[in-house]
Design a protein. Structure first.
Length: 94
């Protein structure tokens, strides 16, 4: 897994959307419906290219699960867990 770490308003979303668009069948995971709608409009994405984090589990039933690109993973984790995330680990290249 690759991480994109930039300051606020540093272009993280633009970078992840462009990477997602370069890989057919990939899905962008976002925090909420408002952000999904905004990104669909700004980047001219199809509805199936953007999913809200709370609904991403519905894609597991596909015969070939998509590759996920997660925008603002820190906020999604905070929302999922209901509190501040002090630290997290990940395995590069996975």
């Amino acid at each position: 897994m690759e991480m994109i770490g930039l300051p606020r308003r540093g272009g993280k979303t633009h970078q992840i959307v462009e990477r997602m668009k370069a890989h057919a069948g990939s899905v962008l995971v976002v925090m909420d419906h408002a952000e999904a709608q905004r990104l669909r409009h700004v980047y001219e994405l199809e509805p199936e290219q953007v999913v809200v984090a709370s609904e991403a589990h519905s894609l597991r039933s596909r015969s070939s699960p998509p590759t996920f690109y997660v925008d603002n993973a820190d906020a999604i984790l905070r929302n999922l867990l209901g509190g501040r995330v002090a630290a997290a680990t990940w395995t590069p290249g996975e």
